[in-house]
Design a protein around this ligand. Structure first.
Ligand SMILES: Cc1cc2nc3c(=O)[nH]c(=O)nc-3n(C[C@H](O)[C@H](O)[C@H](O)COP(=O)(O)OP(=O)(O)OC[C@H]3O[C@@H](n4cnc5c(N)ncnc54)[C@H](O)[C@@H]3O)c2cc1C
Length: 451
């Protein structure tokens, strides 16, 4: 029994690990990864002698997938949580606390965004429940269009954009309500009379459980553990180039004949591979757009007077180049203990990939200048690392949920083929891990289901 996994990001590695658990030693697993290293958008490097993540640096800890994987793999002692500090938002040249109790920046009452938006916008939010709301049940629109229409443009640019930008490297204009805010879509479908009412219904109950988790020595600990447990033949610098049918199985170039395949590459590469075997699915996957971004990690002298906040998000339209800063040493207690202060600056988002073409020196200089502007602190890095993420994040545009449902439908009669990846059910690491598990379950059921 021979199974191929295409793509060595978290989705593909989890799929390989779950396939090994389900199929045991009798299965030959081959994982092909186009890049020189596995991990995809997870990457841990050394800075000032210690590990730091340049892609994802956290995961939603209220979801079970990553803590469960860490327990299974014997690395639960690596689980860490943030200190619980709040981020700031930089808007109008001033840093203020990020509004609390919002749904991805959408307030449930005007008071939540007091100071961040003008009095006219405050009055508009307060009066919103009185204006009749038109919502087509089961429909979808961009988050920005809905929020601008009900609460005004300032709420979109100063509160929603910075938060959606952090997750999708998109803006509220490119992200759909149904995929990004499913509980809000459900409240609207159920007949909420206003956006205010829908946000109140959709807000999760307040809880003291930490929202996020992280890995003490970086994501590479999880990647290494998955790779070891999967015991797959991993071929890096080897892109899958073509998928065709081969009797009851498949032929994947350059791997050769296989009984089943998990495609865990980003949407465009997956579309290319589906082209011959499932052209309708290929079209659906090809329609998913990607955002590009870059991260600059800075190590600063430990006594740099940074604010006591987890990060600083930048409102749309500010005359800065950076979109956000994570004040890693303030955010994570385990990083606070280091000899340097760590900060990550993020650049670029959907529709603005220009920073990816800047030189490393220019990116570092922009990170230093903008960080000095938003903190007022002297920024003198002792070390800096630049990482570009071209096409790193899929955009969950309006209609995305339906697109994915249709994509799955078109593959229903090809049970030896499964998809995993960040464009399916969520971009976060837990959702990607879940997609890898689901893909492995589908393949295992096909291969051993009738034994
Ligand atoms: C800057 C940044 C910060 C983020 N921060 C967070 C965070 O804090 N928390 C969180 O939960 N999520 C975060 N995310 C999102 C999360 O990291 C990603 O969505 C997730 O890691 C994607 O995993 P994946 O395996 O689906 O895809 P990828 O990591 O993209 O892996 C796909 C792999 O497929 C390979 N590939 C492509 N084509 C082929 C081919 N033809 N043949 C073989 N291999 C191929 C690629 O080289 C790549 O390695 C962040 C993303 C970015 C870009």
């Amino acid at each position: 029994m021979r199974v191929a996994v295409v793509g060595g990001g978290i989705s593909g590695l989890v799929a390989a690990y779950r396939l090994r658990a389900a199929l045991g030693e009798r299965a030959e697993l081959v994982l092909v990864e186009g890049a020189e290293r596995v991990g995809g958008t997870l990457r841990t490097v050394e800075i000032a002698g210690d590990p730091v993540d340049l892609g994802a640096e956290a995961f939603v800890g209220r979801r079970p997938e990553i803590p469960a994987l860490m327990r299974e793999l014997g690395i639960a002692d690596q689980l860490v949580h943030p200190a619980g500090k709040r981020p700031l938002i930089w808007s109008g040249g001033v840093a203020r606390p990020l509004p609390e109790r919002t749904l991805m920046g959408i307030p449930a009452e005007a008071e939540a965004v007091a100071g961040l938006v003008d009095p006219e916008t405050m009055a508009r939010i307060a009066a919103e429940p009185e204006r009749p709301l038109r919502w087509e049940r089961g429909g979808d629109v961009a988050v920005g269009a809905l929020v601008a229409q009900r609460f005004g443009e300032q709420v979109v640019r100063r509160s929603v954009d910075p938060l959606l930008g952090g997750v999708y490297a998109g803006t509220a204009d490119t992200i759909g309500v149904r995929a990004a805010l499913p509980t809000l879509a459900a409240a609207l479908d159920a007949g909420s009379a206003s956006l205010t009412e829908a946000v109140r219904t959709a807000l999760p109950p307040q809880s003291d459980t930490p929202v996020f988790g992280g890995i003490r020595d970086g994501y590479r600990v999880l990647l290494d553990a998955l790779r070891a447990a999967a015991d797959a033949k991993v071929e890096t610098a080897t892109a899958a180039t073509r998928l065709t049918r081969d009797g009851a199985g498949w032929r994947l170039d350059p791997v050769g004949p296989v009984d089943a395949v998990v495609l865990a590459a980003p949407a465009p590469a997956t579309a290319d591979l589906l082209r011959e075997v499932a052209p309708a699915a290929a079209d659906l996957a090809a329609g998913i757009e990607l955002a590009s971004s870059a991260v600059v990690a800075l190590a600063l002298p430990r006594d740099t007077p940074l604010p006591d906040n987890s990060g600083i998000l930048v409102a749309t339209g500010e005359p800065l180049r950076a979109k956000a800063f994570t004040l890693s040493s303030r955010k994570w207690p385990h990083l606070a203990a280091r000899e340097v202060a760590l900060v990550r600056a993020s650049f670029g988002r959907f529709g603005d990939a220009a920073p990816l073409s800047w030189s490393d020196d220019d990116l570092v200089a922009a990170a230093v200048d903008d960080l000095a502007t938003v903190t007022g602190a002297p920024i003198r890095p002792v070390a800096a690392v630049v990482q570009r993420w071209p096409g790193g994040l899929p955009q969950y545009g309006p209609g995305h949920t339906e697109r994915i449902a249709a994509l799955r439908d078109t593959l229903a009669d090809l049970p030896g083929l499964a998809l995993a990846g960040a464009y399916l059910d969520g971009v976060g690491v837990p959702a990607c891990a879940a997609s890898g598990t689901a893909a492995a379950t589908r393949i295992a059921a096909h291969l051993v289901g009738d034994e």
